[in-house]
Design a binder for this molecule. Sequence first.
Ligand code: ADP
Ligand code: ZN
Length: 730
Amino acid sequence: MTAEFFYEGDLVAVLTAQPIDRFLDYKAPESGCHLGAFVEVPLGPRKVLGVVWGKGAGDFDYAKVRSVMRVLDVAPMREEMREFLTRAADYTLTPMSAMLRLATRAPGLGDAPSMRTVYRLGSAEPTRVTEARTKVLEVLCDYGGLSFTLGELAEMAGVGTSVVKGLVKQGAVSEEDAPRDVPYPRLDPDYGGKELSADQADGAEVLRAALRTDAYGTTLLKGVTGSGKTEVYLEAVAECLRMGRQALVLLPEIALSGEFINRVEARFGFKPAEWHSGVTMTERRRCWKMVGQGAAQLIVGARSALFLPFQNLGLIVVDEEHDTSYKQEDGVLYNARDMAVLRAAINGAQVVLASATPSLESWANVEAGKYTRLVLSSRYGPAVMPKMSAIDMRAEDLPGGTWVSPTLRDAIAERMERGEQSLIFLNRRGYAPVTLCRACGNQIGCDQCDARMVEHRFLNRLMCHQCGETKPMPKVCPHCDAEDKLSAVGPGVERMGEEITALFPDARVAVLSSDLYGSARAMKAHIEQISQGGTDIIIGTQLVAKGHNFPLLTLVGVIDADLGLQGSDLRAAERTFQLMRQVAGRAGRAEKQGEALLQTYQPEHAVIRAILVGDEEKFWAAEAGERKAAGVPPYGRMAGIILSSPNADDVFNLGAEMARRDGPLRQIGAQVYGPAPAPIARVRGRHRVRLLVKADKAAPLQKALAAWAAQFRLPTNTRLSIDIDPQSFY
Ligand code: ADP
Ligand code: ZN
C-alpha cells in the first residue's frame, strides 16, 4: 500500500470521535504523518483522538489552524477500513464520528506501551536438577522461544513460583521486561484436524477453493445442529491461515463460551484472540493493537469485532447467522451479518454464514444467485434429528394455574426412569408475566414505561423488562389498596420450576435464565455441570436454545409453541420456526434418539405444521411468497423512524408534520405509514411515536431519508432515530 504522506505544516483533515459532523483541519505534525494515522489533536481545551482522513479543506485562516499534537504508535487506519466505515455510515445513516467510536473501542490506544516482566529459556544449565525444575524447563522447551509471565509459567509447569525464581538465579531461565501487548501465539493450521465425513470433506473443499480465489464471495453453510458445520468452517479458517491472511469468527454473545475457545485450541494448538464484553480492558487493547499489526491470526468475537483494524482479512464466519442479536439495537443500528458481507466485499475476503435455520434474507440471496449454498444433510455420527410432534392442548386435562400437560409429564417421567435429561422450554423470564389485583382488575405496570411489571420471585421484586426498573413486590394493590388480592397470572420459567418440582419431587431441577446468575462465569459453570449430568430436568428460556451441548438430553418439551406467533412483527413466523427447530435440536445430540413435544392450542396453524413436518424449503417458499406479495423485506426495503420525547404532543406533532412533508420520499416512490404510537408507547418516561417507510428494493432509500429528515427541526429534548432494515418493532 502506498500511503500518502503529509509534511510538516501541510493541512490535514482529521475525523474525531467527537459528535461534530465534519472533518476538522489541522497542520500536520513536525515529523509529518501518513494518511490514516491515528493522532491526538487539540479540540477546545481538550486533547482528542482522531484519524487523518485526507488533505485539509483549507477554508479557514491558516494562521489560526492548530497543529496535530502527536502521532500515536499504532498502525495507521487502512484505506479499506476508511471505505468500510464510510459505506457503513452511509448505509445506516450514522454520523462518521460514531463509526470511528466503534472502530476505536479499546482503552489507552494513545498510551506508551506498558511493560511487564516475562520469563524465557536462559542459556545456562541449572546447577542442581530437581523434578520441579525439569518441568519448568520442559515447558519452556516445548513452547520454543515463547515467554510467559511468572504466574503463567508456574501454572503450566505445575510448580510454585519460587522454583522459577530459583532457575532465574542460576541463569537457566532469563527474566526480562517486555511490552504488555504481545503477539498472540502462532496457530498451526494442521495441528488437530478431525477426520471428516465425506459430506464435511466436500464442504470443506468448496470453502477452501473459494478462499484460494482471493476474491469476495459469500457461502451459506446450512445443516442441522450437530451436522458438523463448525468443523467444516474451521477448515476454511485453516486455509485462510495457511494463506497468511486473518480470519474472524463471529458468534452471538451468548454463545461465546469457553467450549468454543477450547475447540479452537484443540484444532490449532493455541487459543485465538477474543473480542467481546467479557474481555478485560488490557486484553482488549492488546487485541486491537495486535490485529492491526497482523499479530493476531484468528479473532473470535461478538459483532463489534467487525470494526477491528484487520491488516489482511481473508475470512469472516458468521455463526448462527439468523440470530437476532447480530442486530445492534442501540447506538449505531447495524446488522453485523450484513456489515460482514460489506466488509468482505471491500477486502476481497470470503464470508461463511452458518446456520441450521437461515434467515429469509440469506435464503433469498441464495435464490437470487448472490450467495452459494452448501448443505450438510445429516447429523455427524450416529445422532439423528429428534422426532417432533404436537400436544393438542385443547384435548389435555390440566388443573388451572398449571402448564405441564399429562402427556408431557408422562414423557418426562419416562426419561427420568431411563436416567436421561429433559428440557422444558419457555421463553419467558421471571415468575409470572402479569400481576393482577383480583379486587379491582388492575395489572401492575411500570411507572416509566407502557409495559407490565414482571414478577421475579427469586429476587422478590417486580421488574420492567423494557427499562430494567425494579420495585419490591407490594403487599396491597397500588390501585385500590385491597389486601392479599394480588395474584400471579401466566407462567415464567421460575414458576415452571415450582410446577416441575411439585410433579417430580425427587428430580434434580435447574432453572436456566440469564437473570438468575450473578455473573456470566457462574452461569457457564452451571451449564458445564448440567451437561455432565448434574441435573434431570432443565427449565430454560432461549438461553438454552443456543449452542450448549447437553449429551444426555433426549426430550424437549415446549410449554407454549404459540407464544411467538402473536404480535405484529413481520418476522413472527420466521422467528418461531427458527426458535422451535433450534430448541428441538437440543435433543438427542449424542447417540440416543431425541424427541420434541410442542404444546399448542393451534396444531393446524401453518407455521406449527411446517415446524413439525420439517419441510423447510416449503416453509421458506411460502414465507417468501407472502413477503413478496406484501413488498416487505427481503423483497422490499423498510426503515423505522422512532421519535421520542418526554412531551407527548411534541412527538405527535413532529410525526404528523413528517408524514405530511414527505416529498423526498415520494420522489423515490416510497410510502410513509404513521405516525402511530410505537407498540411500546412509553419507555423510561419518554413517549414514542413511530413512522414506517417502505420502498422498492432498488430505490435509493438512504439518500431520500436523509433529505427528508433534514427538513425538520427537532424540539428540545426530542430524539429521532432511523433504523434501516428494522428487526424489532417495539
Ligand atoms: P454444528 O456446528 O453443525 O452444530 P459441530 O461441528 O459442533 O456441529 O459438530 C457436532 C459434534 O460432532 C461436535 O461435538 C463435534 O466435535 C463432532 N464432530 C463433528 N464432526 C466431526 C468429525 N469429523 N469427527 C469427529 N467429531 C466430529
Ligand atoms: Zn419500565
